[in-house]
Design a protein around this ligand. Structure first.
Ligand code: AMP
Length: 212
């Protein structure tokens, strides 16, 4: 099953992606995570992407389309994948269509996570992430505290705060998202499933269950 997760940063896509991964055993492909790793490793495209990411702007289509093109051909994607953070504009959805056609894949579900700006700010300003990229677990200083302060429950690595989780960048990321979300929703209107992401995590899990 191939799934797309749409929604502004802070809508809970990463949390729900982890839930879906466990449930149907297909990998999560987060362009944001892949880009952050490239920035940390100072690769050529990481260096190009960093400036855009710090501002909360989209990095160039060429970079992210290349990332997705390579990733969905890997062997663990044979039974499906969850695209988290891609496509982010109309051009990326069109590029994805032609890749899918080329590889004989198709998209089965598009979950559109919707959240109020108030909740989005609360979630992102308190968000903590595991620094071990192969773990990637997410926490929150108030809503999902780790057992030991600053350490990941799952793997014990240090937790960190993302450089772009500050109020100014969050608001810009949300603005950028809203500007590009309409055309993407239209593109997938026939298979789009709206998810009320202001609800509790467990309620959202239950809604997803009905559609998986
Ligand atoms: P995220 O982790 O999804 O919030 O993404 C963090 C940042 O990575 C975004 O603010 C963008 O700068 C960049 N990014 C992630 N995915 C994409 C994409 N599909 N297209 C362009 N930029 C992206």
């Amino acid at each position: 099953m191939n799934i797309i997760l749409l929604g502004p940063p802070g809508a809970g896509k990463g949390t729900q992606a982890a839930y879906i991964v466990k449930k149907i055993n297909v990998p999560q492909i987060s362009t944001g995570n892949i880009l952050r790793e490239a920035v940390a490793n100072k690769t050529e495209y990481g260096l190009k992407a960093q400036e855009y990411m710090n501002r909360g702007d989209l990095v160039t289509d060429e970079i992210v389309i290349g990332i997705i093109r390579d990733r969905i051909q890997e062997s663990d994607c044979q039974n499906g994948y969850i695209l988290d953070g891609f496509p982010r504009n109309k051009e990326q959805s069109i590029a994805l269509d032609s890749m899918l056609q080329e590889f004989g894949h198709s998209i089965d579900r598009v979950f559109d996570f919707r959240v109020s700006e108030e909740n989005l700010l609360k979630r992102l300003l308190g968000r903590l992430n595991c620094s071990n990229t192969s773990c990637g677990a997410g926490y929150h200083e108030e809503f999902k505290k780790p057992k030991v302060k600053g350490k990941c429950d799952a793997c014990g690595s240090d937790l960190f705060r993302r450089a772009d989780d500050n109020k100014e960048t969050i608001l810009n990321r949300n603005k950028v998202y809203e500007e590009t979300a309409g055309p993407i929703r239209d593109h997938y209107s026939e298979i789009l499933i709206a998810i009320d992401s202001d609800k509790e995590i467990s309620e959202i899990n239950a809604t997803l269950d009905k559609h998986l």
